[in-house]
Design a protein around this ligand. Sequence first.
Ligand SMILES: [Zn+2]
Length: 274
Amino acid sequence: MVKKFCSPAYAYAEWREPARQRFWFDVKDLPQGAEYALEVRAVNCWGKASAPLRSKLWKGLPGYAEVAWTEVVLTFDDASKGHIAVAAPAMEKYGFKGVFNIITDKIGRPGHLTWDDVRELKKRGHVICSHGKSHVDMVKLAKEKGDAAVMAEFTESMAAIEKETGEKPKYFCPPFVSYDEGTERMCAKAGMKLMPAPRKGFHSCDTRESFAKYLDSLIAKRPVKMDLLFHGVMPENGWEPLGEGVFEACMQELKKRVDQGSILVRDAETFFGK
Ligand SMILES: [Zn+2]
């Protein structure tokens, strides 16, 4: 059953006192326009959206564009083994998909994903993107070795991904978040879209509590878009890895806020553009 609030006052009551679910009722019983405007206002006042807003039932109606969302995407850099061992299953448990930015020369090396792992992630609905062939700073590379060297990073990593997965990557994640107009233009010429900053990385110092606190700070900043970036997600694997169980705890915190309507987890296309 699709439900909605009947007025901001009721919405407020429900948010403050979740037990008062009696204020929810079926959307088909409601006159559309006025109720919708009220709901949008309620969302902007209290930061939470009810089911119809999340389900896009009223997308395109007046006021919809004014809803202030917190949008995130889950990205994983550098192709460490924990991405398939820990990150993918934990995300799948809560209904999320990840964006895996792989360094093609690292695939199959100890502690890293294999091509079978990459294919498996793709098969399970996650998105595979290029993080370069050898993980170099593209702006520095252009200065030191010229455009051809930069182009080779794009085209050779793309070709490897296409050969192994059957599909060209759509997006390029610049190592060290280093890019400028020139490298962005070359990336487009190679046939990929550059993933723009901002990104927020989570590392060994992070915990369930620090992740939850960060999510709440994002919710308070609506409207905002943030790429939530992970490297190592299990002990002793990958760069500055999260502690045991921390990644799954983070997904639980994210899911809680998604269910409350406070955060939208976007897919790569919606977040980065087509
Ligand atoms: Zn990297």
